[in-house]
Design a protein around this ligand. Structure first.
Ligand SMILES: O=C(CO)COP(=O)(O)O
Length: 133
């Protein structure tokens, strides 16, 4: 992954059954995330703002196009990292949008963490790069 010393631009997205995991993860990394430029899909973003006081640019909710909006930012080079806690056990009505976002990450070589373990590795790496800068 390409990492610059500018504040990382991170997109945070979680499906409903993964939202509590996202809140716990973001709470764990809150000090670092406060210094990042955060965007999120609608409901995920609302919880990050209300429960953790993070400054988040909220897009639409995933099922009505939020994943596509995040994908558009990414394609324009405005996202450095995506943390997308997908629910692999529940069919989603907007599966094509989800696939499009993950595909866009691969097309543009943007790190995309789809589970908490990977998200921790990515965030830890970002922290070590930015604390050394
Ligand atoms: O559906 C989502 C991602 O595909 C997430 O959307 P919300 O954050 O609005 O629930």
């Amino acid at each position: 992954m390409t990492i610059t010393t500018a504040a990382p631009r991170i997109a945070l997205i979680a499906h409903d059954k993964k939202k509590d995991d996202m809140i716990s993860l973001a709470a764990e990394y809150r000090d670092f995330l406060q210094g990042c430029a955060l965007s999120a899909t609608g409901t995920t973003g609302g919880r990050l703002i209300n429960e953790l006081g993070l400054n988040v640019v909220r897009k639409h909710s995933g099922p009505v196009g939020g994943d596509l909006q995040i994908g558009s930012l990414l394609v324009d080079g405005l996202i450095d990292c995506v943390i997308f806690l997908r629910d692999p056990m529940t069919p989603q009505p907007h599966e094509p949008d989800i696939n499009a976002l993950v595909r866009a990450c691969d097309v543009h070589n943007i790190p995309c963490a789809t589970n908490v373990s990977t998200a921790r590795l990515v965030l830890s790496q970002l922290i070590s790069v930015h604390s050394a800068a």
